[in-house]
Ligand binder design. Structure first.
Ligand SMILES: [Fe+2]
Ligand SMILES: [Fe+2]
Length: 261
């Protein structure tokens, strides 16, 4: 990534660090810890992560870091929502593993057109050798196929599949909050070689699109806690926007001074 983007990304992170943590991350700390523990210790997830890590290099903001956050949050949502679905703890934990596999794999084809369906096909191939039942592989693939924003989701084959798909979607869209401004946007700008002035020009429209995602959350947890995450991201984004404008003004003054000298 170009030095200027790294610098601005770090400044954006400083701005974001002054804001409070969204309630989802404060209230559900114990479930987040369990989800994180499963994600980093389950053998299927360790194996999957090792397999796909090389494919996530040069990812323009949707790489392993993004996949990890989505997996941990999605696992947390399954733990919270799954209490109503599962009476056996092992079944609930298996659903967490499935949603975390989906989280790891969901953007594996992010650089391709129709990346959700391409990712679902790739996931089926990758998981073919895993000790998973055909129903479980299908559950992961269906979740990946249904994770795209502003597109009508297909109904999943099983209740577990629906829970996994909806949780993956919501955890992925949580990233449209602060993460968008502290991580994703800088990698995407760098990848597409978008200038700072152009980013500032696009900003107001970008925010409108982000706000629309608030009405699309699919689980009860997502509906309840997702909008706050998005609103917080937009508040942070607006402050970063002002910071960028000051940065652009300072460059302009610098250039004018140089041309006078
Ligand atoms: Fe995606
Ligand atoms: Fe994603």
């Amino acid at each position: 990534m170009k030095e200027i983007y790294v610098r601005l990304m770090n400044e954006a992170r400083c701005i974001a660090s002054r804001y409070e943590l969204p309630e989802f991350y404060r209230r559900f700390k114990p479930s987040l810890t369990i989800s994180r523990r499963i994600f980093f210790n389950n053998p299927l997830l360790i194996h999957c992560r090792e397999l796909i890590t090389p494919q996530y290099i040069g990812d323009f903001g949707h790489g392993l870091q993004h996949a990890t956050k989505v997996s941990v949050d999605a696992g947390t949502i399954v733990l919270l929502e799954g209490e109503k679905y599962f009476t056996v703890q092992a079944e609930l934990e298996r659903a967490v593993v499935l949603v975390q596999l989906a989280g790891l794999l969901h953007d594996i084809k992010r650089m391709e057109n129709k990346h959700a369906s391409a990712g679902a096909r790739a996931a089926r191939e990758i998981l073919y050798d895993f000790p998973l039942s055909p129903l479980e592989v299908n559950c992961v693939a269906e979740a990946i196929a249904n994770h795209e924003a502003f597109s009508k989701p297909q109904t999943c084959e099983t209740l577990t599949g629906q829970l996994v798909a909806d949780s993956l979607y919501d955890a992925d869209k949580f990233r449209w909050g602060p993460d968008n401004f502290t991580h994703t946007v800088w990698y995407m700008m760098s990848y597409h070689q978008v200038g700072i002035a152009e980013l500032c020009g696009r900003f107001p429209w970008g925010v409108d699109g982000i706000l629309k995602i608030k009405d699309t959350f699919r689980t009860n947890i997502g509906v309840q806690y997702g909008p706050e995450i998005i609103d917080l991201g937009v508040r942070i984004g607006k402050e970063i926007y002002q910071h960028l404008q000051r940065y652009l003004n300072s460059i302009e003054v610098e250039l004018k001074t140089e041309s006078r000298d």
